[in-house]
Design a protein around this ligand. Structure first.
Ligand code: IPM
Ligand code: MG
Length: 366
């Protein structure tokens, strides 16, 4: 099979972690005789500095011409005083909008080897396995009008959803739940917001198409607490854009490090893949970054854009195996460094490649 991937590594630790993800993809593709056509373009802060725009036209057209886009991270402290539409993050939001993927899948799961890294008790997180389906193209991120009117000393954003936008993302959540534990928890603030009342009514309507899936509704404030008290209660969690942004970071606590979490955005012209973590400028360029979130994101590319389930599952299994063997990046070792081998970003990448290779050679991949 042939797959054309555009890598937009972006800022901070983005280049380091995407390098490792790409190396794992190349290893797996070579073993299976698959052809990867991988190229790289700039996005975010680095593109502001070198091209004068957070999403250069060249990057956008290359992205639209790919089968999948792998993004590292965007953002840096030097851009903090810029208005939202000029910041590195604007490049990512423009790219999301142009690619059209509206369903952002963010798995959050407990690795038993990393339980010591979580402030939650092991018996609370053990077995937790949540899939967030975050609506990615609507709500406050894109709603108009939006403005900071300095003269008036007033600023506003708009949380706006159409029924159609809710229907399409809800259908994806229910379809994914059918392949999992058949439960959808829809998150809103319907006790206060009209937009959430539309959300709740629409999700309830979509649920009738999926009689085998149980639907429950939660208010976002209560959900923020339940996620920490009883994360095992949740299977698919469906949210609007900002609530999903917040709750998915919160769920990094279940995994023990945000550096472990991958994401895939589907439903549009080209799927977009990003680790959930940010650009972490404080540790950039030091070999301290955890590449496992990006590597798990590479596994999602193979699953959702190439239909290579064996290879995708092998990458996930290899990540579990290196953790079982005691290998850690510094973010994962902090809580209890004894008995672990702490690896740099590149050494962790190499360890995963070595492990995935052994696994795929053993199963004799096609
Ligand atoms: C995320 C990030 C982005 C978001 C930023 C970088 C625009 O926080 O992917 O969760 O808010 O969606
Ligand atoms: Mg976020």
């Amino acid at each position: 099979m042939k797959l054309k991937i555009l890598v937009t590594a972006g800022d901070g630790i983005g280049p380091e972690v995407t390098n490792e993800a790409v190396a794992v993809l190349r290893e797996v593709a070579a073993l299976g005789g698959h052809t990867l056509d991988i190229s790289a373009k700039r996005i975010g802060g680095v593109a502001i500095v070198l091209d004068g725009s957070p999403l250069p036209a060249e990057t956008l057209s290359a992205a639209l011409d790919s089968d999948a886009v792998l993004l590292g991270a965007v953002g840096g402290n030097e851009f903090n005083s810029l208005p939202p539409d000029k910041r590195p993050e604007a490049g990512l939001l423009q790219l999301r909008s142009a690619l059209g993927g509206f369903a952002n899948l963010r798995p959050a799961f407990a690795f038993k080897e990393l339980a010591v890294n979580s402030p939650l008790r092991p018996e609370i997180i053990d077995g937790a396995d949540i899939l967030f389906v975050r609506e990615l193209l609507g709500g406050l991120y894109f709603g108009q009008p939006r403005e900071w009117n300095r003269a008036k000393g007033e600023a506003w954003n708009t949380m706006r959803y159409t029924r159609e936008e809710v229907v399409r993302v809800a259908r994806i959540a229910f379809q994914l739940a059918q392949k999992r534990r058949k439960k959808v928890t829809s998150v809103d603030k319907a006790n206060v917001l009209e937009v959430s009342q539309l959300w709740r009514a629409t999700v309830t309507e979509v649920a009738t198409e999926f009689p085998d899936v149980t639907l429950e509704h939660q208010y976002v404030d209560a959900m923020a607490m339940h996620l920490m008290n009883q994360p095992r209660n949740y299977d698919v969690v469906l949210t609007e854009n900002l609530f999903g942004d917040i709750l998915s970071d919160e769920s990094g606590v279940i995994t023990g490090s945000l550096g472990m979490l991958p994401s895939a955005t589907i439903g549009g012209k080209v799927n977009l893949y990003e680790p959930v973590h940010g650009s972490a400028p404080d540790i950039a360029g030091k070999g301290l970054a955890n590449p496992l979130g990006a590597i798990l994101t590479a596994a999602l590319i193979l699953r959702h854009s190439a239909n290579l389930e064996t290879e995708s599952a092998a990458i996930e299994a290899a990540v579990r195996k290196v953790l079982e063997q005691g290998f850690r990046t510094p973010d994962l070792a902090r809580a209890n460094a004894q008995g672990f081998s702490v690896l740099s970003t590149t050494d962790m990448g190499a360890k995963v490649r070595e492990t995935v290779k052994a696994m795929l050679v053993n199963v004799g991949t096609s």
